[in-house]
Ligand binder design. Structure first.
Ligand SMILES: [Zn+2]
Length: 456
């Protein structure tokens, strides 16, 4: 995946879900495995220790999320009889005993630095002041095999007494236990107190350039208010916003969303220098608006990860929504927005010569979901406005998608395209079908036709 949000060198995370999950304790625990993650103060600094304790010994432990084999090198077993191996056939990492003993308790020392996972959320997002956010879904584990019964993971987190936890927007001292599920969540551990803004409970790295900090504090609430008005208000609890800046040698950054959470991580140390670039403010706003837009999109309702080949729907609309938000809120961003749209069109048509949209994620061209997706959504917006004399827009279609999903329809492209039928715009639907088809020539023609669909 390459990244269309050009302040980022590595791609934005594309996984997201808008499940509203409850994270209170639950009576039925399908998983018999107790997970404890602890940040310990040591002579040399701090250590993160993770342990799994099983009621019933198992032959092996397997993980729910297996984006690569990096646990094998980044998790050090405390017992030399234990190893993490990658099973190529099953495409998953496995915790097992070298001598074949049953497993009832295992512990690992974790590596709490940033690790880019192309198909998943980064396990740790370090802050410059030694605080850290971690992704709980990384810890989800099953005894022997994961089954449909493995849906909930009780996790206990313990932290040093001069630090605290921020879980679901609440500050907690010492330790906390919760039952996690679905795709997990980001949890903060460190010394920074969250800032409560109009729109979010925010943990913003104090080392970030002042312009980014100001933008997160003042622009982000405006952007979110715009999406609340245009799409729908968010659920009762304010979302968490995490912005971490590792200040290390590196050149990657990543943004993502999970239910009621937006997070951004800069794994580099040159943001002050980059902030001198005249496009930096606009790029940053676009990045924030894109991530914020995901919070307002309906996702799957059962925790199953989305269809990657359909990512043009969520990524393309998030990029186009970012364009509309910036266009509405920042009049002087117009020429920047026009440049991005033109660039998206060029990127998309060039990319479609190498991969059809459905296969782009397999061919390292994830950026096509952003660029082609944005051109598709821009055309829909233009045509819907034209057909309704400006009374409706792309937002109307997405609100209908939200309703359809809440009635139980799948949140994918099939449902979405059905919602376009009442607008009596066969040329639009045909062009989208061509653009997303398996025929590369048709796909390019489809995108070219969509690019020309202007109303005013
Ligand atoms: Zn995105």
């Amino acid at each position: 995946m390459t990244n269309p949000v050009r302040i980022l060198v590595t791609p934005l995370l594309t996984l997201f879900t808008l499940l509203l999950i409850s994270c209170t304790t639950s009576a039925s625990l399908a998983s018999p495995i107790a997970t404890v993650i602890e940040k310990l103060q040591t002579e040399n600094g701090t250590t993160w220790v993770l342990s799994y304790t099983l009621d019933k010994p198992a032959e092996r432990l397997v993980f729910v999320r297996n984006p690569d084999s990096s646990r094998a090198t980044r998790w050090q077993p405390e017992d030399s009889d234990i190893e993490i191996a990658y099973n190529i056939t099953e495409q998953q990492e496995i915790v097992r005993s070298r001598t074949g003993k049953p497993i009832s308790k295992v512990s690992f020392i974790l590596t709490p630095t940033y690790k880019h996972l192309g198909k998943d959320y980064a396990p740790f997002s370090p802050f410059s002041d030694s605080g850290n956010a971690f992704h709980s879904g990384r810890l989800f584990v099953c005894a022997n095999f994961c089954t449909d019964e493995d849906k909930e993971w009780p996790i206990t987190l313990k932290v040093p007494n001069d630090e605290h936890i921020v879980l679901n927007g609440k500050v907690v001292k010492d330790s906390v236990t919760w039952v996690d599920k679905n795709n997990g969540r980001q949890v903060y551990v460190g010394k920074q107190q969250p800032v409560i803004t109009n729109s979010a409970v925010a943990l913003i790295d104090p080392a970030l350039p002042k312009s980014i900090q100001a933008s997160l504090k003042y622009d982000m609430p405006k952007i979110m208010a715009y999406f609340s008005r245009s799409l729908h208000p968010l659920a009762a609890e304010k979302p968490m916003l995490l912005a971490s800046y590792a200040m290390v040698d590196g050149h990657s950054s990543q943004g993502g969303t999970l239910p009621n959470q937006i997070f951004m991580h800069w794994n580099r140390n040159d943001l002050d220098k980059r902030a001198e670039n005249s496009d930096f403010a606009n790029k940053t706003l676009w990045f924030f608006a894109h991530e914020a837009a995901h919070l307002y999109q309906p996702g799957s309702t059962d925790g199953v990860s989305e269809n990657r080949e359909q990512s043009w729907l969520h990524e393309g609309s998030a990029d186009y929504f970012a364009a509309t938000a910036m266009n509405y809120l920042y009049k002087d961003a117009n020429s920047y927005i026009q440049r991005r749209i033109r660039h998206a069109f060029e990127n998309c048509t060039q990319g479609l010569t190498q991969s059809i949209l459905a296969n782009a994620y397999k061919k390292g061209r994830f950026n096509l979901y952003y660029s082609c997706g944005m051109i598709i959504h821009r055309a829909i917006d233009n045509v819907v406005q034209q057909k309704t004399s400006g009374k409706e827009s792309l937002f109307t279609v997405w609100k209908q998608l939200q309703k359809a999903v809440s009635r139980g329809m799948p949140p994918g492209t099939a449902t979405f395209l059905t919602l376009l039928e009442p607008y009596n715009a066969p040329e639009l639907i045909n062009a989208i079908k061509n653009a997303t088809s398996n025929d590369d020539k048709k796909a390019i023609q489809g995108i070219q036709a969509l690019y020309k669909m202007h109303w005013q």
